[in-house]
Write a protein of this length. Structure first.
Length: 220
């Protein structure tokens, strides 16, 4: 049996995957969905995911959406013997020392910093409208579940020993694209797979992303 560890991206919680989990279960897969909400940083999140991976006793596929692309790669680097495949879903990713702000264009970095500065003590970025990520029909459902994101999750740089580079990966990139997620995956040597849908495709088309996730590890 394969266990898929599904890791949500920024502003989300485990509910981001709740429509995907039944589709994976119907295919005979097991799922774990770590909760990364709260006042934590990227390294804390990687530790939480690595701990979840440590409970898996069968084949393990680590799936990271958006910001969590950085998280799952750091977690896999800490537990390379336990992870069989990595799947990025429109995932930010790069080599050792990469951070989301380091990968993102200047306009995005500036907008996120300004949003944090305007929000209380500046430590959290308030949720963005789902429409900015192409979500329309499910916008109200999604908006009710989004939470503020710690700014430091975007500024902290990943710490990688290089062990993660020995784990095969797939970079799923949503079309039409927003940021260069295909290029991020390709630069790591991952197989790139397009999927029609917005950035939060796991909400808008859970059956489609479930099929892609199930096929990502390939035969064997």
């Amino acid at each position: 049996m394969t266990t898929f560890v599904l890791v949500h991206g920024a502003w989300h919680g485990p509910s981001a995957w709740e429509r995907v989990v039944p589709a994976l279960a119907a295919a005979g897969a097991r799922t774990l969905v770590p909760d990364l909400r709260g006042d934590h940083g990227l390294h804390d999140h990687a530790g939480t995911v690595a701990a979840a991976v440590g409970t898996v006793r069968d084949e393990c596929v680590l799936v990271g959406h958006s910001y969590a692309g950085l998280v799952v790669r750091e977690a896999a680097d800490a537990r390379p013997e336990a992870v069989d495949h990595i799947v990025l879903v429109d995932g930010w990713a790069g080599p050792d020392g990469a951070s989301l702000f380091g990968l993102a264009p200047d306009f995005f970095v500036e907008a996120m910093r300004k949003a944090a500065e305007a929000n209380g003590d500046g430590r959290f970025i308030p949720p963005l409208p789902p429409a900015l990520f192409g979500v329309t029909d499910e916008a109200e459902w999604l908006a009710e579940r989004l939470v503020p994101q710690p700014l430091r999750t975007f500024t902290e740089a990943t710490r990688l020993s290089g062990a993660v580079d020995g784990i095969p990966g797939t970079a799923v990139h949503c079309e039409p694209h927003t940021f260069p997620f295909r290029e991020f995956g390709a630069s790591l040597g991952y197989r790139t797979v397009p999927i029609d849908g917005p950035h939060d495709v796991m909400v808008t088309d859970p059956e489609a992303i479930a099929r892609v996730i199930l096929e990502a590890p390939g035969p064997g």
